[in-house]
Each structure stands twice: as structure tokens, then as C-alpha cells.
Ligand binder design. Structure first.
Ligand SMILES: Cc1ncc(COP(=O)(O)O)c(C=O)c1O
Ligand SMILES: [Zn+2]
Length: 441
């Protein structure tokens, strides 16, 4: 063993892998059984965590506050733009709605990934970690397939690290994501097909040119970066929320939260794991479909491997357009284990939700985040929340990821040519109209 800080352990056969050097040399899979899902194990115990999460600790300026428990050897390789230390805000307008419409008392928190300093999505932590690891390993070229946001974040952070990145995005990926990659001089391959085809072409390109390919939802760098949100919740709130609600494509979020909780389980800093409530968009919801089918059949033998594959899904939220949910066996098991649920939110209402949040709370959420907030309304209707629960909604992106959605937010404009036509107004007069769509869910 040469790596003094951590090693990987194969989830399948428990083989030990000596960190990223061996991992990359072996093609990012277990040398013994060929599986790709590993856990990072640190040689240091977790006794430093209680200090790091002390509420008054002002030294947290990025996810690297948790450097001791991240898979990087030397601090000089850290690439950061202050991502990961983001606020968990109370959103009382959603609490009031839950109480008035459904008679249920909830604490509703919004985890403000839209505030991340890199590219303004919850992919920033993953990209900062990956860029740091690749720098440490002396890697100069990398490639990734993405529905949009991961491409964007990787393009930015890898450019800072001096690494060339080829990204493969599906043909419906948002223009803003393409621009966000291209502007840093990183290469865009817009694939004539869906995300599955983008992944296939990326894998072939990686093989042919011997360029490392990002490992997707179970990539150890991504998972370790995103697990730090668990530590942040403890630092900021002093507790782990009862429910974690996220818009779902592949599901790195719950995988990472589960890893973070497992890391520190022996410290007794929390009582129970959150229930994972995953929200898919109505234009692409294969995991919800698989879950509903399994539920109807009382979770028969093999249900985790019974999921539909949607080719070329037609959705207005391309960021979430993952039609081939290869991670369902992992996410389904986590949701099942924690008493969670899979929901689908009608994407035709995404703009209404985004307008409502901007009106009530002055936060511009992006399209995928609108699906997550929409999932809160859908969850209320379906009765999935329990009295007194603390719900954490992952606001995964802000409006800057989608100028298209921003334009759709316009609803107060009047064309005029004289001052006589301009009458004073009261902004509160818009309120009822804005609530109407979510009240009719
Ligand atoms: C803002 C936002 N929310 C949710 C998701 C879905 O993330 P995951 O693939 O981890 O399920 C994405 C993925 O790109 C995203 O960018
Ligand atoms: Zn193995």
C-alpha cells in the first residue's frame, strides 16, 4: 500500500484498491471482479468530524473544509471556487401552504446549490473534487457524458486545473450548457441522439483515444464530494433532515448522502437516516414507473432489476433526461430501505413553480430545481410527508442555467406608448393567480 490516506473497497467483493492511481490504471473497475462501485475508506478515524461541524466554526469556505475525509492527498492540488458551503434556508411560505391546505406541520428547508460559486449547480462540488484528483494524478485529458450540468461544471473546474475536457451531450441539451462548456475552450460533442447514445459514444471515444472517462453517478470522486452535504447539514442545522427531496436523473445525491452517513454512523451524531423522496419529471420518469410497478406487486423478487428504458425521452427538462436508469438497483434499494418514495411531477407546471418561488421568496430556481420543488407539492397531495417532519429540498440549480426558463418568467409586462396607459399596481394582486396552478395539483 502506497496511499497513506485512503483506499477503495469494492462494494461487491471487498477487494482493496490503492486509491486513484491504481483505479485509473485498472480502467476504473475492481481488478478482481470487474464491478465499478467502490467505497472510499480513510485510514484516519472520523474523530475530527465533531470539531469540523461545530456550529460556530467560521473556517468552512468550501467542501475542502472536510479535506481529511476527501480522497485527495496533498492540499496543494485543491481546485476550489468556494463551492459546497451553501445555505440551508427555511422556506416558510411552503410550510404555511402545507399547514393551510393539508393541515400538516412541516419544517421546509431549501439547500441552496444555486448559490454555488462555480457554475451555480450542485455539480460544482463534484467537479471541484474531480479536478483536484485529476490534477494530483497528473492527468491532462478527460471526457464525460452529461445531460448538461455536469458537463458545465467539469468544463469550468478542469479548465482551472489546465485539463482538456471532451463532453458528450444529447441533442436536446440546453444551449446555455453547451455555451458554458465551449466558452472555456473545452470540446463539445453534441450527439445526434439521447443521453444513452452520448454515454455510448463517450465510452467508445475514451477507449479509442485512451482518455479517462468520468465514472458517472457512482464515481468515487463525485460521491465523496457530495457526501459532504451531510457534514454541512450537521454543521449548519445540527441535525439530519427527516426527508431528502431531489429531482432525479441518475441519483448521485442519495448515494452520496448514504455514504456520508455511513462514514460517521459510529459517532452518534444523528438518530436516523433521511427518507429519500426522489422526483422525476413527467417527460422522463422510468424510475418512478419501475417503483410504482414494484409497489403494486408488493416488491417481488428481482424488482430492483425490473425497470423500463425510454429511448429518446421527450422532456422540457433535458437536464433530467436519463431514460436508461442503470442506477435503479441502487436508488431503489435506498428509497426502500429508508421508507421513501418516487414521485413524478408534471413538467408543464415547472414554470408556474419557478414563478411562485421567485414571487414568494425572491429566489430564481432553475428548471430541474422546479421539478424538486414541484415534488414537494406532489408529495403533499399524495400524503407522503408525516406530521412534524423536516424536509430538505435540494435546490440543485438556479435560473442562470436556463435563460430559456428565465424568459418564461415574464408575466407583468404591458406594452405602452403614453403615460396615461400606465397605472400604479400592487404586486400582491398577482399572488392568487400564482398559487392557482399548484393548488390544483
Ligand atoms: C439541478 C439538477 N438537479 C438534479 C439533477 C439530477 O441529478 P442526479 O443525476 O444525481 O440524479 C441534476 C443532474 O444533472 C441537476 O443538474
Ligand atoms: Zn470486486
Amino acid at each position: 500500500m502506497r496511499n497513506p490516506k485512503f483506499h477503495f473497497e469494492c462494494r461487491n467483493c471487498h477487494e482493496t484498491i490503492d486509491g486513484f492511481e491504481q483505479w485509473f490504471a485498472d480502467g476504473q473497475k475492481c481488478p478482481n471482479c470487474g464491478q465499478k462501485w467502490v467505497d472510499v475508506r480513510y485510514h484516519e478515524d472520523y474523530s475530527r468530524i465533531p470539531n469540523l461541524i461545530r456550529e460556530k466554526d467560521q473556517k468552512a469556505t468550501s467542501l475542502f473544509h472536510y479535506f481529511d475525509y476527501l480522497p485527495l492527498l496533498d492540499k496543494k492540488n485543491i481546485i476550489t471556487r468556494g463551492e459546497g458551503v451553501i445555505r440551508a434556508d427555511r422556506w416558510p411560505f411552503l410550510e404555511k401552504f402545507a399547514l393551510e391546505q393539508y393541515g400538516i406541520n412541516l419544517t421546509v428547508l431549501a439547500y441552496r446549490n444555486d448559490d454555488n460559486y462555480g457554475t451555480g449547480t450542485f455539480k460544482d462540488v463534484a467537479a471541484a473534487m474531480a479536478a483536484s484528483v485529476l490534477k494530483e494524478q497528473g492527468i491532462k485529458e478527460y471526457c464525460v457524458a452529461s445531460t448538461g450540468n455536469i458537463a458545465n461544471a467539469f468544463a469550468y473546474y478542469l479548465a482551472i486545473a489546465g485539463i482538456s475536457l471532451s463532453v458528450f451531450i444529447p441533442d436536446d441539451a440546453l444551449k446555455a450548457n453547451e455555451a458554458g462548456v465551449s466558452c472555456y475552450g473545452q470540446k463539445v460533442f453534441r450527439v445526434k441522439g439521447d443521453y444513452s447514445l452520448a454515454k455510448k459514444i463517450a465510452a467508445e471515444y475514451s477507449q479509442k483515444h485512451h482518455i479517462l472517462l468520468s465514472g458517472g453517478n457512482i464515481d468515487p470522486a463525485r460521491v465523496e464530494a457530495k457526501k459532504t452535504q451531510v457534514f454541512e447539514w450537521l454543521r449548519q442545522l445540527g441535525y439530519i433532515p427527516d426527508v431528502y427531496l431531489q429531482a432525479l436523473a441518475g441519483g448521485t445525491g442519495p448515494i452520496a448522502i448514504d455514504k456520508g452517513l455511513n462514514d460517521i454512523r459510529s459517532l452518534n451524531l444523528f438518530n436516523k437516516d433521511p427518507r429519500y423522496i426522489m422526483v422525476q419529471t413527467s417527460g422522463c420518469d422510468p424510475m418512478t414507473a419501475a417503483w410504482k410497478k414494484a409497489q403494486k406487486n408488493h416488491f417481488p423478487e428481482g424488482w430492483l432489476h425490473d425497470f423500463p428504458i425510454y429511448e429518446n425521452p421527450k422532456t422540457k427538462i433535458p437536464t433530467l433526461a436519463n431514460g436508461n436508469p442503470q442506477t435503479f438497483p441502487i436508488i431503489g434499494a435506498l428509497v426502500y430501505k429508508t421508507g421513501g418514495d418516487f414521485l413524478t411531477f408534471n413538467e408543464d407546471l415547472a414554470v408556474d413553480v419557478a414563478r411562485l418561488v421567485a414571487f414568494e421568496n425572491q429566489v430564481q430556481i432553475g428548471p430541474a430545481a422546479a421539478i424538486a420543488v414541484g415534488g414537494f407539492f406532489e408529495g403533499l397531495k399524495q400524503g407522503v410527508f408525516n406530521e412534524g417532519e423536516r424536509i430538505m429540498i435540494n435546490i440543485g440549480e438556479g435560473m442562470r442555467r436556463s435563460p430559456e426558463l428565465l424568459e418564461e418568467m415574464i408575466y407583468t409586462t404591458e406594452m405602452v406608448s403614453t403615460s396615461e396607459e400606465c397605472r400604479p399596481f400592487n404586486r400582491l394582486d398577482y399572488r392568487d393567480r400564482l398559487w392557482e396552478p399548484v393548488k390544483s395539483i
